[in-house]
Design a protein around this ligand. Sequence first.
Ligand SMILES: C[S@@+](CC[C@H](N)C(=O)[O-])C[C@H]1O[C@@H](n2cnc3c(N)ncnc32)[C@H](O)[C@@H]1O
Length: 278
Amino acid sequence: MSQTREYEFTTKQFKAFQTLIMEHTSIVISDEKEELIYGRLTRRLRKLGMTSFDDYYNLIANGDSEELEQFINVVTTNLTSFYRESHHFDHLKNELIPKLLEQNAGTKKLRIWSAGCSTGEEPYSIAMTLMESISDIHTWDVKILATDIDSDVLAKASAGIYRDDRIEGLSDETIKQWFKRGKGKQEGFVRVAPELQSLISFKQLNLLKEWPVKGPFDVLFCRNVVIYFDKPTQKILFEKFAGVLSAHGQMCIGHSETLFKISEDFELLGQTIYKKCA
Ligand SMILES: C[S@@+](CC[C@H](N)C(=O)[O-])C[C@H]1O[C@@H](n2cnc3c(N)ncnc32)[C@H](O)[C@@H]1O
């Protein structure tokens, strides 16, 4: 145990938390992450005025639903950004949207799911791409479902307010069109345009539990989420994703993820872009 630690945290306790995290989120915490988990859980102990990890473990294991939510929130990794892995948005704009506008011309319906949306940059990037690519979007029934297990990130996502360094790197045109800079007390923050927000429904959803989603979805983004799950969990998840995608549905996954030896329901179309098999 490190001498500098504020609380005692034994390897046995760490292992017990690894199991608890797996049970509630399916996230696999490797042995190297002991320090990270210690740091994140310490925040909760301090907040609750607790002095022992055993007491905190018992609180969660005994099913304290309020703290379980906070526990899940601190163990998730929420790294994201606007237009992260920008080739997916190029594909959406140049290939997929033109195809969908033709294929769905009868229903004029588009359904997109951003699964593991974190603080919202991903679904807002999808919304900007749709708004910029579909000139008569107001005549279409477009819905983006954006879900995450973590209630803190969802609150930030639906508020749509970001520190202005989050939009550094976006073009002046994009910023002018879709973001409003705060003044006075809001200086240093930007707010996304309400038109983008109106396309998106943010909902809490644990991917490893029941999905109260309708579908079928034309496009699914599940990027940098399954990397935290083990292979058997990934297999179950992608089978379920195939089940909620439309016959011509496509799916984007994260840069270090693959469906190789995980799922045969999808065919590779491009870099981390898949199409559901016919
Ligand atoms: C690294 S972020 C990825 C955000 C975004 N998709 C991107 O690529 O920029 C991973 C997100 O997956 C969420 N997550 C982790 N386990 C989950 C689960 N079991 N169900 C739903 N979301 C989960 C986390 O809360 C986190 O916000």
